[in-house]
Design a protein around this ligand. Structure first.
Ligand code: PBG
Length: 322
């Protein structure tokens, strides 16, 4: 026998030497929820270990993220009141913009402050855009608001804005709006291929969403692979700096395609349902929790992600640096 592949698996030291894919804290981004008016962090039942932060508890988490060498935090706001236009999104006193400013004050340039750029946390109907008189999501009216939202987030101090609403033309409008007022260095991380996924279930609880209907007229059909490339290339043409695939684990083929098609950094979002599934199975004693977490993350990296958004970012970074 000439080839004996097992030789390179013979010890932990050997496996470490020849490992193709590695995880580093700097590649991990921690999504965080900050709730308006909260005096204490509030647990999210379907995401054990994840909370809706108060502004104060969030500040501690930003400092810890710096300490751990994370790539960044991705902020989501949970407003106290919502309306049809999602007006809290563009208000400088709105919870997300306030949280961005808190984060920047805490971390300066030692950690990247990223913000979700979407209306769904702010609208009373829960859609990612405003509705027309027939109740349909109005693409072009929504774009105008996204432009204002981008400027509000950049003014609050976001290093990176992350449009996640899957409106056509959103990256171009956001880039133009930012440039027009001089935010030339604000990075656009585009949720380029975002699917209408059941795996966002726990996120609905995390942001107190009251979604009426579903998002299938704007998020992608899970059955479509080639369409993800079309969406991604459109975002690249429109000026995206980083492109993202979401969810991660059920879309590793899409991630590999996107990696092969573009030279930009590629991110993947390990979403709330992916988190909840592993936590729930581990709580039953059915899988080894830490190994399952590490395997899920390394698989996402192996498929092509340079950057991974994960609710385990802090925990995994702590383990990596131990
Ligand atoms: C939209 C947005 C969602 C998530 C991130 N940004 C919800 C959705 O599109 O339905 C989901 C994240 C997760 O499930 O962890 N603002």
């Amino acid at each position: 026998m000439i080839e004996r592949p097992r030789r390179l698996r013979s010890s932990a030291a050997m496996r470490r030497l020849v490992r193709e894919t590695r995880l580093a804290p700097s590649q991990l981004v921690l999504p965080m929820f900050v709730a308006e008016g909260a005096s204490e962090p509030r647990p999210i039942t379907s995401m054990p270990g994840v909370v809706q932060h108060s502004r104060e508890s969030a500040k501690k988490a930003y400092a810890e993220a710096v300490e751990l060498g994370l790539g960044g935090v991705m902020l989501f706001g949970v407003p106290e009141s919502k309306d049809a236009q999602g007006s809290g999104a563009c208000d400088p006193a709105g919870i997300l913009n306030v949280a961005i400013a808190d984060a920047r004050a805490e971390v300066g340039d030692d950690l990247l402050v990223m913000s979700d750029l979407c209306l769904d946390e702010f609208t009373d109907h829960g859609h990612c855009g405003v509705l027309d008189d027939q109740g349909r999501v109005d693409n072009d009216a929504t774009l105008q608001i996204y432009g204002q939202m981008a400027v509000a987030q950049a003014a609050a101090g976001a290093h990176v804005v992350a449009p996640s609403g899957m409106m056509d033309g959103q990256v171009a409008v956001i880039r133009a709006a930012l440039d027009e007022v001089g935010h030339l260095d604000t990075v656009v991380l585009a949720y380029a291929a975002k699917y209408a996924s059941a795996f966002y279930g726990p996120f609905r609880e995390a942001v107190d969403s009251s979604l009426q209907g579903d998002r299938r007229t704007y998020q992608q059909d899970p059955a479509n692979r080639r369409e993800a490339l079309r969406e991604t290339l459109l975002d690249v043409e429109q000026g995206a700096d980083i492109v993202m695939v979401k969810p991660a684990m059920s879309y590793l083929d899409v991630l590999a395609d996107v990696r092969a098609a573009v030279d930009l950094p590629v991110a993947a979002y390990q979403v709330s349902g992916e988190y909840a599934m592993i936590e729930a199975a581990a709580a039953q004693g059915w899988i080894d929790r830490d190994r399952a977490i590490d395997e899920s993350l390394v698989s996402i990296r192996r498929a092509g992600a340079d950057i991974v958004l994960t609710y385990w970012a802090a925990e995994v970074a702590r383990r990596l640096t131990r």
